[in-house]
Design a protein around this ligand. Sequence first.
Ligand SMILES: [Zn+2]
Length: 117
Amino acid sequence: MEARDPMGDTDPHIHVERGVLRASAAVREVLASSFGLVGDAPTVVTTGCGRQVPFAMTSGRPESVTCLACREHGHREHERFADEVERLSRMPGITIDRDDAAEAARRHRDLAKRFAA
Ligand SMILES: [Zn+2]
């Protein structure tokens, strides 16, 4: 399968999925156990830079992502999620374990840093 951008050129870049966090193993674990939200990976996804590309042309691994706009997107999203998971873990009635939340936040800050590198 090949990816085409709106100009009709073959797109050689590796992107991140817009919902970058869904692709993350750490989040899968937390969300699956808390909310049961994890679905199968789709074949075509919307990227952080707004394109539609085959899922195979995306990666959740910062070092593999060659699209600059997507790297920035990944950086922002992981930072945001790290803050969010810490906030959620402090809310009454939420069953995310604080140690798990701290670990997830740490992993996402690490990913954010790698996207910015
Ligand atoms: Zn992109």
